[in-house]
Design a protein around this ligand. Structure first.
Ligand code: FRU
Length: 432
């Protein structure tokens, strides 16, 4: 799997589609839309493949897109990709529509594409659609001449016929040559443009993954369709594996984000187990001090598990899965270790410089960012069989990194923190 797609609530179920190659775990192949349903954001049930690359306009990929729920119908907007080997450009993206009334069977609209592609703009993809006061809006990721990433806004009165409206944002060169998977939403009275730029250059502790995901906060004027930034571009997560985030608004009014917990061109050992790629824990987004904070979806606290309080020494996770809560003196250096026979992940706090580092060892093992606790050092960490998600403080800084422990997973510290661990019982069998 790669990108999350069509994340939505439909008939009280949580639906997540995703970019999926059913034929190989080694090769990204030709994208289909995979599909899973959950009641609690944690236990998911696999569904039949929702869309196959079976039309002229999506013959080499049913690429990413989003869902809009209206009239008891799921409207799925996606990009059809077609490759033209040996030609220039060698691919064209077109936007298409599909619907589902039962939440499982998906029918592509007969007169697709709804936004045609063009040779002069082959990279225009990943529609995120919403409705505002009777008008539908779509934000698309784009590359201007292969050089400048852009987020373009389109609008429609009927979801079928779309007009180009404005450039929501454009790279000045430092933000890459292509924006993938844009999302645009309102939270806590501000607008957030979230996207995954390709082609950013590392700078200090920043932008060390192959591609990045981040956001710009600003104000949006629907009468002029202008987005006025009030923040810089900020990376959403500081770990190794986090891309193509998509959000949805749930019935409680929460803006919830989920990301592909992997990165292009990584070669992870799970491929030999028959799968590649996982999703992050869904996170509620809020704005605090003009920054997005990410709060692990609160439903996760209700997941079956045993709470083990105040670990003094080493603790071995029972199922290789658990939640670790750290409370430490915010003025002192601190290290937490998550280790197995073959790997050791060190998460450390450098009090003098106000930095958090996650080091998973090996080549390119270190990720680091500025962070200072206000008061006590508070970390919340979710460990699963091949992943670590660290939430610092109120979620103002997160790290999502994959790791591949062979044996049991042990947690221990170098410091005097109060460590609490909750074993999490995994009840969902692995797909076969
Ligand atoms: C992002 C992306 C999207 C595209 C999809 C193809 O990871 O490249 O831009 O729609 O993946 O699988």
């Amino acid at each position: 799997m790669n990108d999350p797609n069509g994340f939505c609530i439909f008939n009280n179920d949580i639906h997540l589609f995703y970019q999926h190659n059913p034929y190989s775990s080694y090769d990204t192949g030709i994208a289909h839309w995979g599909h899973a349903i959950s009641k609690d954001y944690f236990h998911w049930q696999h569904q039949p493949i929702a869309m196959y690359p079976d039309q002229w306009y999506d013959a080499t990929g049913v690429f990413s897109g989003s869902a809009l729920i209206e009239n008891k119908t799921m409207y799925l907007f996606f990009t059809g990709n077609v490759k033209y080997p040996g030609q220039t450009p060698d691919h064209i993206n077109r936007q298409a529509l599909a619907t589902s009334t039962n939440g499982v069977t998906v029918t592509k609209y007969a007169n697709n594409p709804i936004i045609n592609g063009s040779i002069s703009m082959p990279d225009l993809r990943d529609p995120k659609v919403w409705k505002h006061k009777g008008t539908y809006y779509m934000v698309l990721g784009n590359s201007l001449n292969g050089t400048y990433g852009r987020a373009l806004l389109y609008s429609s009165n009927d979801k079928i016929s779309w007009d180009y409206v404005s450039v929501l944002a454009k790279s000045n060169g430092t933000l890459g040559y292509m924006y993938e998977c844009p999302d645009f939403f309102e939270v806590d009275g501000k607008y957030v443009l979230q996207f995954s730029p390709q082609g950013m250059v590392p700078s200090g502790d920043k932008y060390h993954n192959l591609y990045q995901t981040g956001y710009i906060i600003g104000d949006f004027d629907y009468s002029t369709h202008t987005f006025t930034p009030t923040s810089e571009f900020v990376e959403l997560d500081h770990g190794h594996d986090f891309y193509a985030t998509q959000t949805t608004l749930d019935k409680l009014g929460r803006r919830i984000a989920i990301a592909w917990f992997d990165m292009w061109e990584q070669k992870y050992p799970e491929a030999s187990d028959g799968f590649t790629g996982i999703m992050t824990i869904p996170r509620e987004l809020r704005i605090l001090n003009n920054k997005l904070v990410q709060i692990p979806i609160r439903e996760i606290s209700r997941i079956k598990g045993e709470q083990v309080s105040a670990i003094k020494e080493k603790y071995t996770l029972r199922n290789k899965a658990g939640e670790v809560n750290v409370l430490a003196d915010g003025r002192k250096d601190f290290q937490l270790y998550i280790a197995s026979d073959n790997v050791k992940v060190t998460i450390s706090y450098d009090a003098a410089n106000g930095k958090v580092t996650l080091d998973r060892g090996g080549t390119d093992g270190v990720r680091r960012t500025d962070w200072r606790p206000s008061g006590q050092l508070k970390w919340r960490i979710f460990v699963d069989a091949s992943s670590i998600e660290l939430f610092c403080g109120e979620g103002e800084v997160t790290f999502s990194s994959r790791f591949f422990p062979n044996g049991a997973v042990v947690i221990y510290q170098n410091g005097a923190a109060v460590l609490k661990v909750r074993d999490i019982v995994r009840t969902m069998p692995r797909p076969t």
